[in-house]
Design a protein around this ligand. Structure first.
Ligand code: PAP
Length: 305
Protein backbone atom coordinates (compact mmCIF):
# COMPACT_ATOMS: atom_id res chain seq x y z
CA UNK A 1 0.00 0.00 0.00
CA UNK A 2 1.32 3.42 -0.94
CA UNK A 3 2.17 6.01 1.68
CA UNK A 4 0.21 9.20 1.24
CA UNK A 5 2.08 12.21 2.46
CA UNK A 6 0.63 15.70 2.86
CA UNK A 7 2.49 16.78 -0.27
CA UNK A 8 0.99 13.91 -2.28
CA UNK A 9 -2.47 14.81 -1.07
CA UNK A 10 -1.71 18.42 -2.03
CA UNK A 11 -1.26 17.28 -5.63
CA UNK A 12 -4.78 15.86 -5.90
CA UNK A 13 -7.43 17.75 -7.90
CA UNK A 14 -9.17 20.20 -5.61
CA UNK A 15 -12.29 22.28 -5.32
CA UNK A 16 -14.06 24.46 -2.81
CA UNK A 17 -17.36 23.18 -1.52
CA UNK A 18 -19.60 26.26 -1.28
CA UNK A 19 -16.35 28.22 -0.92
CA UNK A 20 -16.16 27.17 2.72
CA UNK A 21 -14.48 23.80 2.67
CA UNK A 22 -11.47 22.58 0.74
CA UNK A 23 -12.05 19.18 -0.87
CA UNK A 24 -9.71 16.96 -2.87
CA UNK A 25 -10.67 14.27 -5.34
CA UNK A 26 -9.36 10.92 -4.16
CA UNK A 27 -10.09 7.78 -6.18
CA UNK A 28 -13.17 9.43 -7.69
CA UNK A 29 -14.60 10.82 -4.44
CA UNK A 30 -14.43 14.29 -2.86
CA UNK A 31 -13.14 14.45 0.71
CA UNK A 32 -11.44 16.90 3.06
CA UNK A 33 -7.64 16.37 2.93
CA UNK A 34 -7.36 15.15 6.58
CA UNK A 35 -10.06 12.57 5.85
CA UNK A 36 -8.03 11.23 2.91
CA UNK A 37 -5.00 10.94 5.16
CA UNK A 38 -7.02 9.13 7.84
CA UNK A 39 -8.64 6.82 5.27
CA UNK A 40 -5.24 5.85 3.85
CA UNK A 41 -3.95 5.14 7.37
CA UNK A 42 -6.98 2.91 7.89
CA UNK A 43 -6.32 1.08 4.66
CA UNK A 44 -2.78 0.42 5.86
CA UNK A 45 -3.46 -0.42 9.49
CA UNK A 46 -7.06 -1.38 10.21
CA UNK A 47 -7.84 -5.09 10.56
CA UNK A 48 -11.51 -5.87 10.80
CA UNK A 49 -12.68 -8.80 12.89
CA UNK A 50 -15.33 -11.19 11.58
CA UNK A 51 -17.66 -10.10 14.36
CA UNK A 52 -17.20 -6.34 13.93
CA UNK A 53 -20.20 -4.39 12.67
CA UNK A 54 -19.78 -1.42 10.36
CA UNK A 55 -22.49 1.17 9.77
CA UNK A 56 -22.05 3.20 6.59
CA UNK A 57 -23.70 6.24 5.03
CA UNK A 58 -23.12 9.25 2.85
CA UNK A 59 -23.53 12.34 5.05
CA UNK A 60 -26.97 13.47 6.30
CA UNK A 61 -28.84 10.31 5.41
CA UNK A 62 -29.73 9.10 8.91
CA UNK A 63 -26.35 8.23 10.41
CA UNK A 64 -27.13 9.49 13.91
CA UNK A 65 -30.40 7.53 14.05
CA UNK A 66 -28.81 4.34 12.72
CA UNK A 67 -25.93 4.66 15.21
CA UNK A 68 -28.43 4.98 18.09
CA UNK A 69 -30.55 2.05 16.94
CA UNK A 70 -27.65 -0.30 16.21
CA UNK A 71 -26.01 0.57 19.54
CA UNK A 72 -29.21 -0.21 21.46
CA UNK A 73 -29.88 -3.40 19.49
CA UNK A 74 -26.38 -4.69 20.18
CA UNK A 75 -26.19 -3.61 23.81
CA UNK A 76 -29.72 -4.49 24.87
CA UNK A 77 -28.58 -7.28 27.23
CA UNK A 78 -25.95 -5.10 28.85
CA UNK A 79 -27.85 -3.28 31.56
CA UNK A 80 -24.90 -1.13 32.57
CA UNK A 81 -24.64 0.62 29.23
CA UNK A 82 -28.05 0.20 27.67
CA UNK A 83 -28.99 3.75 28.60
CA UNK A 84 -25.71 5.34 27.53
CA UNK A 85 -27.63 7.48 25.03
CA UNK A 86 -28.89 9.61 27.90
CA UNK A 87 -25.34 10.78 28.62
CA UNK A 88 -23.40 10.41 25.39
CA UNK A 89 -23.96 11.54 21.82
CA UNK A 90 -24.40 8.62 19.36
CA UNK A 91 -21.29 9.80 17.48
CA UNK A 92 -19.19 9.08 20.57
CA UNK A 93 -20.80 5.69 21.19
CA UNK A 94 -20.31 4.62 17.56
CA UNK A 95 -17.19 6.35 16.22
CA UNK A 96 -16.82 7.32 12.57
CA UNK A 97 -13.47 5.67 11.85
CA UNK A 98 -12.01 8.26 9.48
CA UNK A 99 -13.08 11.14 11.72
CA UNK A 100 -11.82 10.12 15.16
CA UNK A 101 -9.18 12.84 15.00
CA UNK A 102 -12.05 15.36 15.16
CA UNK A 103 -13.39 13.81 18.34
CA UNK A 104 -12.89 15.71 21.58
CA UNK A 105 -12.15 12.41 23.38
CA UNK A 106 -9.50 9.82 22.63
CA UNK A 107 -11.11 6.87 20.88
CA UNK A 108 -9.12 3.73 20.04
CA UNK A 109 -10.79 2.20 17.02
CA UNK A 110 -7.81 -0.11 16.51
CA UNK A 111 -8.41 -1.99 19.77
CA UNK A 112 -9.59 -5.35 18.45
CA UNK A 113 -9.74 -7.10 21.84
CA UNK A 114 -13.53 -7.32 21.39
CA UNK A 115 -16.00 -6.97 18.54
CA UNK A 116 -16.56 -3.34 17.57
CA UNK A 117 -19.51 -1.27 16.38
CA UNK A 118 -18.09 1.40 14.08
CA UNK A 119 -19.23 3.72 11.33
CA UNK A 120 -17.80 5.12 8.12
CA UNK A 121 -18.83 7.74 5.58
CA UNK A 122 -16.30 6.29 3.13
CA UNK A 123 -17.64 4.84 -0.12
CA UNK A 124 -17.61 1.05 -0.38
CA UNK A 125 -14.62 1.06 -2.74
CA UNK A 126 -12.49 2.96 -0.19
CA UNK A 127 -13.18 1.16 3.08
CA UNK A 128 -10.20 -0.84 4.42
CA UNK A 129 -9.78 -4.11 2.49
CA UNK A 130 -10.36 -6.20 5.61
CA UNK A 131 -13.84 -4.70 6.04
CA UNK A 132 -14.72 -6.12 2.63
CA UNK A 133 -12.83 -9.40 2.87
CA UNK A 134 -13.79 -10.58 6.39
CA UNK A 135 -17.24 -11.68 7.52
CA UNK A 136 -17.87 -8.41 9.37
CA UNK A 137 -21.30 -7.06 8.58
CA UNK A 138 -22.13 -3.69 7.05
CA UNK A 139 -25.40 -1.76 7.38
CA UNK A 140 -25.81 1.11 4.93
CA UNK A 141 -28.44 3.81 5.23
CA UNK A 142 -29.54 5.80 2.19
CA UNK A 143 -31.94 8.73 1.97
CA UNK A 144 -33.85 10.60 -0.68
CA UNK A 145 -31.24 12.97 -2.20
CA UNK A 146 -33.62 15.94 -1.98
CA UNK A 147 -34.06 15.63 1.79
CA UNK A 148 -30.35 14.85 2.10
CA UNK A 149 -29.27 18.07 0.41
CA UNK A 150 -31.70 20.18 2.46
CA UNK A 151 -30.47 18.54 5.66
CA UNK A 152 -26.87 19.13 4.63
CA UNK A 153 -27.51 22.81 3.87
CA UNK A 154 -28.98 23.31 7.36
CA UNK A 155 -26.05 21.45 8.90
CA UNK A 156 -23.44 23.68 7.25
CA UNK A 157 -25.43 26.80 8.05
CA UNK A 158 -25.40 25.81 11.72
CA UNK A 159 -21.67 26.62 11.83
CA UNK A 160 -22.22 30.24 10.80
CA UNK A 161 -22.16 33.09 13.26
CA UNK A 162 -25.46 34.90 13.76
CA UNK A 163 -24.28 37.86 11.69
CA UNK A 164 -23.14 35.71 8.73
CA UNK A 165 -25.29 35.11 5.66
CA UNK A 166 -26.60 31.61 4.99
CA UNK A 167 -24.77 29.64 2.29
CA UNK A 168 -26.37 30.37 -1.09
CA UNK A 169 -28.84 27.53 -1.53
CA UNK A 170 -28.63 27.41 -5.31
CA UNK A 171 -24.86 27.01 -5.22
CA UNK A 172 -25.25 24.31 -2.62
CA UNK A 173 -27.61 22.38 -4.92
CA UNK A 174 -25.13 22.78 -7.79
CA UNK A 175 -22.27 21.33 -5.70
CA UNK A 176 -24.50 18.42 -4.71
CA UNK A 177 -25.62 17.70 -8.27
CA UNK A 178 -22.06 17.86 -9.60
CA UNK A 179 -20.94 15.40 -6.91
CA UNK A 180 -18.46 17.90 -5.46
CA UNK A 181 -19.51 17.66 -1.82
CA UNK A 182 -18.05 15.78 1.17
CA UNK A 183 -17.97 12.03 0.34
CA UNK A 184 -19.63 12.75 -3.02
CA UNK A 185 -20.72 11.96 -5.63
CA UNK A 186 -23.86 10.95 -3.72
CA UNK A 187 -25.07 8.78 -6.61
CA UNK A 188 -21.90 6.67 -6.80
CA UNK A 189 -21.80 6.39 -3.00
CA UNK A 190 -25.31 4.92 -2.88
CA UNK A 191 -24.76 2.76 -5.99
CA UNK A 192 -21.57 1.23 -4.59
CA UNK A 193 -23.26 -0.11 -1.47
CA UNK A 194 -26.52 -0.97 -3.27
CA UNK A 195 -24.78 -3.15 -5.83
CA UNK A 196 -22.66 -4.90 -3.20
CA UNK A 197 -25.73 -5.52 -1.02
CA UNK A 198 -27.44 -7.26 -3.92
CA UNK A 199 -24.39 -9.44 -4.57
CA UNK A 200 -23.94 -10.31 -0.92
CA UNK A 201 -27.09 -9.69 1.17
CA UNK A 202 -25.68 -11.53 4.19
CA UNK A 203 -22.77 -9.10 4.28
CA UNK A 204 -24.48 -5.78 3.54
CA UNK A 205 -27.93 -4.68 4.65
CA UNK A 206 -29.19 -1.72 2.65
CA UNK A 207 -31.69 0.47 4.52
CA UNK A 208 -33.62 3.56 3.50
CA UNK A 209 -34.32 6.41 5.94
CA UNK A 210 -37.84 6.67 4.50
CA UNK A 211 -38.63 3.02 5.24
CA UNK A 212 -37.35 3.45 8.77
CA UNK A 213 -39.74 6.38 9.18
CA UNK A 214 -42.74 4.58 7.64
CA UNK A 215 -42.38 1.21 9.36
CA UNK A 216 -39.68 1.50 11.99
CA UNK A 217 -40.50 -1.71 13.83
CA UNK A 218 -40.14 -3.91 10.74
CA UNK A 219 -36.80 -2.27 9.98
CA UNK A 220 -35.49 -2.66 13.53
CA UNK A 221 -36.46 -6.33 13.54
CA UNK A 222 -34.70 -6.67 10.18
CA UNK A 223 -31.52 -5.07 11.57
CA UNK A 224 -31.55 -7.41 14.57
CA UNK A 225 -32.06 -10.48 12.33
CA UNK A 226 -29.28 -9.33 10.01
CA UNK A 227 -26.91 -8.93 12.97
CA UNK A 228 -27.88 -12.42 14.13
CA UNK A 229 -29.26 -10.96 17.32
CA UNK A 230 -33.01 -11.50 16.78
CA UNK A 231 -35.46 -10.25 19.41
CA UNK A 232 -36.99 -12.88 21.64
CA UNK A 233 -39.68 -10.40 22.51
CA UNK A 234 -40.87 -7.90 19.86
CA UNK A 235 -41.84 -5.34 22.46
CA UNK A 236 -38.09 -4.76 22.99
CA UNK A 237 -38.00 -3.34 19.47
CA UNK A 238 -40.69 -0.80 20.43
CA UNK A 239 -38.68 0.11 23.50
CA UNK A 240 -35.54 0.68 21.42
CA UNK A 241 -37.43 2.81 18.94
CA UNK A 242 -38.72 5.06 21.66
CA UNK A 243 -35.24 5.28 23.22
CA UNK A 244 -33.89 6.44 19.86
CA UNK A 245 -36.64 8.85 18.85
CA UNK A 246 -35.39 12.21 17.69
CA UNK A 247 -37.66 13.97 20.18
CA UNK A 248 -36.06 12.08 23.06
CA UNK A 249 -32.45 12.31 21.91
CA UNK A 250 -32.48 16.00 21.03
CA UNK A 251 -33.68 16.90 24.54
CA UNK A 252 -30.83 15.30 26.46
CA UNK A 253 -28.46 17.88 27.86
CA UNK A 254 -25.52 16.27 26.05
CA UNK A 255 -27.27 16.89 22.73
CA UNK A 256 -28.61 20.34 23.59
CA UNK A 257 -25.38 21.91 24.77
CA UNK A 258 -22.53 19.44 24.28
CA UNK A 259 -20.19 18.81 21.41
CA UNK A 260 -18.38 15.71 20.32
CA UNK A 261 -16.62 16.76 17.12
CA UNK A 262 -14.41 19.82 17.37
CA UNK A 263 -16.43 22.98 16.59
CA UNK A 264 -19.59 20.98 15.87
CA UNK A 265 -22.41 21.27 18.41
CA UNK A 266 -24.21 17.97 19.02
CA UNK A 267 -27.48 19.82 18.45
CA UNK A 268 -26.59 20.21 14.75
CA UNK A 269 -27.22 16.48 14.24
CA UNK A 270 -30.87 16.75 15.27
CA UNK A 271 -33.27 18.92 13.30
CA UNK A 272 -36.72 17.87 12.06
CA UNK A 273 -36.10 14.25 11.08
CA UNK A 274 -38.93 14.27 8.53
CA UNK A 275 -39.52 12.85 5.08
CA UNK A 276 -40.35 15.36 2.34
CA UNK A 277 -39.08 18.54 4.00
CA UNK A 278 -37.47 19.32 0.62
CA UNK A 279 -40.91 20.43 -0.59
CA UNK A 280 -40.46 23.52 1.60
CA UNK A 281 -37.14 24.48 0.00
CA UNK A 282 -36.61 23.35 -3.59
CA UNK A 283 -37.84 25.33 -6.57
CA UNK A 284 -39.13 23.26 -9.50
CA UNK A 285 -35.90 24.07 -11.34
CA UNK A 286 -33.79 22.72 -8.47
CA UNK A 287 -36.02 19.67 -8.23
CA UNK A 288 -35.55 18.99 -11.92
CA UNK A 289 -31.79 19.35 -11.62
CA UNK A 290 -31.64 16.74 -8.83
CA UNK A 291 -34.04 14.47 -10.72
CA UNK A 292 -31.94 14.61 -13.88
CA UNK A 293 -28.55 14.16 -12.24
CA UNK A 294 -29.40 11.72 -9.45
CA UNK A 295 -33.00 10.52 -8.99
CA UNK A 296 -33.58 9.16 -12.49
CA UNK A 297 -30.39 7.14 -12.30
CA UNK A 298 -31.33 5.77 -8.89
CA UNK A 299 -34.71 4.81 -10.31
CA UNK A 300 -33.03 2.94 -13.16
CA UNK A 301 -31.30 0.84 -10.52
CA UNK A 302 -34.62 0.06 -8.88
CA UNK A 303 -33.98 2.46 -6.03
CA UNK A 304 -37.17 4.46 -5.64
CA UNK A 305 -37.16 7.36 -3.24
P1 PAP B 1 -24.26 12.92 9.76
O1 PAP B 1 -24.11 12.19 8.47
O2 PAP B 1 -23.55 14.23 9.79
O3 PAP B 1 -23.94 12.07 10.95
P2 PAP B 1 -27.05 12.34 9.84
O4 PAP B 1 -27.36 11.85 11.21
O5 PAP B 1 -26.87 11.34 8.77
O6 PAP B 1 -25.81 13.32 9.87
O7 PAP B 1 -28.21 13.30 9.35
C1 PAP B 1 -28.89 14.19 10.16
C2 PAP B 1 -30.36 14.04 9.83
O8 PAP B 1 -30.90 12.93 10.55
C3 PAP B 1 -31.15 15.26 10.22
O9 PAP B 1 -32.23 15.33 9.28
P3 PAP B 1 -33.02 16.69 8.96
O10 PAP B 1 -31.99 17.77 8.78
O11 PAP B 1 -33.80 16.42 7.72
O12 PAP B 1 -33.92 16.92 10.13
C4 PAP B 1 -31.62 14.86 11.61
O13 PAP B 1 -32.74 15.59 12.08
C5 PAP B 1 -31.97 13.41 11.38
N1 PAP B 1 -31.99 12.64 12.62
C6 PAP B 1 -31.10 12.66 13.65
N2 PAP B 1 -31.48 11.83 14.62
C7 PAP B 1 -32.63 11.26 14.22
C8 PAP B 1 -33.53 10.32 14.81
N3 PAP B 1 -33.32 9.82 16.01
N4 PAP B 1 -34.64 9.97 14.11
C9 PAP B 1 -34.89 10.47 12.88
N5 PAP B 1 -34.08 11.36 12.26
C10 PAP B 1 -32.97 11.76 12.93
Amino acid sequence: MQRWTDSRIAELPRTHFIEALKLVEWEGYWCMPPIVKAAVALQNNFEARNDDVFLASCAKTGTTWLKSLAFCIMQRQNHQIVDALTLENPHFLVPTVEAVAYSDKTIDIFDASAARLLHTHLPHALVPDSVRSTLCKIIYIARNPKDTVVSSWHFFNSFLRRDEELFPFEKFIDCFCSGKHPYGPFLEHVMGYWEESKKNPKKILFLKYEELKIDPKTQVLKIAEFLERPFEDDTKADEILSRCSIERLKNFEVNKSGSHFVDTPNSSFFRKGEVGDWNNYLTSEMEMKIDNTICLKLRDLGLYF
